[in-house]
Ligand binder design. Sequence first.
Ligand SMILES: Nc1nc(=O)c2c([nH]1)NC[C@@H]1CN(c3ccc(C(=O)N[C@@H](CCC(=O)O)C(=O)O)cc3)C=[N+]21
Length: 300
Amino acid sequence: MSATLIDGKDFAATIREKVAGHVRHLHEEHGITPGLAVVLVGEDPASQVYVRNKGAQTKEVGMASFEHRLPAETSEAELLALIDRLNGAPAVHGILVQLPLPDHIDAAKVINAIDPAKDVDGFHISNVGLLATGQKAMVPCTPLGCLMMLRDRLGDLSGLDAVVVGRSNIVGKPMAHLLLGENCTVTVAHSRTRDLAQVCRRADILVAAVGRPQMIPGDWIKPGATVIDVGINRIPAPERGEGKTRLVGDVDFDSAAEVAGAITPVPGGVGPMTIACLLANTVTACCRAHGLAEPEGLTA
Ligand SMILES: Nc1nc(=O)c2c([nH]1)NC[C@@H]1CN(c3ccc(C(=O)N[C@@H](CCC(=O)O)C(=O)O)cc3)C=[N+]21
């Protein structure tokens, strides 16, 4: 492997230290404790792990963590009533409703019921609109984490060719807006893109967010490019024993690392940054709610 490894786990720990510093300051100087509410509907085991990790890290940085675990049968009206209460709760500065929601609940309706100022996921239509028009917004955590790693590695991103593979509302689209904000030349590619290999080969910055295990091989990557792998896919790993699995990204790491200049691993890349940025967004939301100076280095 010749690429530099971008250590998201390490970087995330640095972000959490910065967050913890701001939390201490808010507490000591202003008597304020930032609070994050996480709402989980149903029993999806993978979701439960994320919720547990988020809760633990929230407390670790000194913020208040409020967890709401609701049964899978919870009605949309009940969920909306909870959101309404959290919107009105002064101790809650950030609200995250874990996705996906059960089929009988309209996810867009629920997300758009969150007070945009408390929307630490940045999924509310008004935050989407603010980001798309270059105004101050709450920025989705995964693309924010990717941007922080790119700035750290490359400094000024102006004029670079950025290719985002994937057009989801939670990663691809907001990532493209952030990169445009950095003056990159941005291409958003997806499953219908013609000659995806050739499009990817143009990229100085390649962000893979499609959710297809190891679909981008090394020979799609421009020598020296910076590769950010957002995918977290669980695949069978019979070499580890009967019935075992392992996590891989959307990029074929081994072949890509021979060509790229720098690359994020999976696990230990974008994933930990996502959670760190959730904490960062909660501090940002808290500062804005109280009309205080925003934390430096933790926003887009
Ligand atoms: N409203 C909402 N916001 C989210 O941000 C959100 C969500 N819903 N639903 C679920 C997905 C998933 N997600 C992850 C965050 C961190 C890791 C993470 O830290 N992964 C570790 C590995 C963890 C493991 O070993 O399983 C890593 O990549 O190193 C993974 C997944 C946030 N999500």
